[in-house]
Ligand binder design. Structure first.
Ligand code: C5P
Length: 222
C-alpha cells in the first residue's frame, strides 16, 4: 500500500485543459484529457492529503476523496487555483493552460460571410504558475509548487530554464510528440528539482509518475 505521508496536508491540483470562448458556441482549446492530473489527485488522497482538484473541461469520473471545482476558461482556473492555494501546502499545476485568448468574445454566433473571415485577435493570458511563484516571494504561500512542461526538443535545458523562470520547486518535464502522453494511460518524464538532481521516471502508468511526484513533494515537506 501507499504511505500516508500527506496526512494533514492541503494540496491543490489543476487538471485538464482550458477553453477560451470565441463566441457562444466556439472556443480555442487543447487536447489535454486530465488523466495525469486526476491520477495526481487520486494518489494524493490515497496518501492522506486533503485534495482540491480544479478541473478544466475533464469528462472523467470524480476521483475518490477529492473536492472537485469545475472551470472552463483560464480566468476561471486562475480564480479557483488562487483561492484554493491561499492555505495550501502544495500546488500542482498539471492543467494545460491556454497561453492566449481571443481579445473579445462575440455575444452571438459569428456568421459565415461572403468575403474573407475576420481575424481573431489574441491577447496573452496570465501565467498562473509564475504568479504563484512570484506571490510566494512577497507573502506566505504553498511550501511546494509543482509545474508541468511539455517540450519537444532540448527537453532538459528548456526545462531547467522554465523551472527557474517560474519559481517552482519541481518541474515535471514530458517529451511530447509522436503520440506520446496526450490521452494515453502511460507517461514517462524527468522531474527537475530546484537545487537537486533530476529524477527520471520510466515509461509506465500515470499513477506511477504521480506517486514519484508525491515522493519528492513529501521529502520537501518533511
Ligand atoms: O510555459 P508553459 O506553458 O510551458 O508552462 C507549463 C506550466 O505552466 C504548467 O504547469 C501549466 O499548468 C502552467 N501554466 C500556467 N499558466 C499559463 C500557462 C502555463 O499556470 N498561462
Amino acid at each position: 500500500g501507499r504511505p500516508r505521508d500527506l496526512a494533514g496536508r492541503k494540496v491543490v491540483v489543476s487538471a485538464g485543459g482550458t477553453r477560451e470562448a470565441i463566441d457562444p458556441v466556439r472556443f480555442i482549446g487543447n487536447r489535454s484529457s486530465g488523466l495525469q492530473g486526476y491520477a495526481l489527485a487520486r494518489t494524493a488522497a490515497a496518501r492522506g492529503a486533503e485534495v482540491t482538484l480544479v478541473a478544466a473541461n475533464v469528462t472523467l469520473p470524480d476521483p475518490a476523496g477529492a473536492k472537485v471545482v469545475r472551470v472552463e476558461s483560464t480566468a476561471e482556473l486562475r480564480d479557483a487555483v488562487l483561492a484554493a492555494s491561499a492555505d495550501a501546502d502544495v500546488v500542482v499545476m498539471a492543467a494545460a493552460v491556454a497561453d492566449f485568448r481571443p481579445a473579445t468574445r462575440a455575444d452571438v454566433k459569428i456568421k459565415k460571410t461572403d468575403g474573407e473571415p475576420e481575424a481573431i485577435h489574441l491577447v496573452k493570458n496570465p501565467d498562473i504558475l509564475a504568479e504563484l511563484g512570484e506571490r510566494r516571494r512577497v507573502e506566505p504561500g504553498p511550501r511546494v509548487i509543482v509545474g508541468f512542461a511539455a517540450e519537444t526538443h532540448d527537453v532538459l535545458a528548456n526545462g531547467q530554464a522554465k523551472l527557474a523562470r517560474k519559481g517552482c520547486d519541481l518541474l515535471v518535464v514530458n517529451q511530447v510528440g509522436e503520440g506520446l502522453a496526450f490521452g494515453t494511460p502511460d507517461n514517462a518524464a524527468t522531474v527537475l528539482v530546484a537545487g537537486g538532481d533530476p529524477v527520471e521516471v520510466p515509461f509506465g502508468p500515470k499513477e506511477d509518475l504521480a506517486d514519484a511526484v508525491w515522493d519528492l513533494v513529501g521529502e520537501r515537506l518533511s
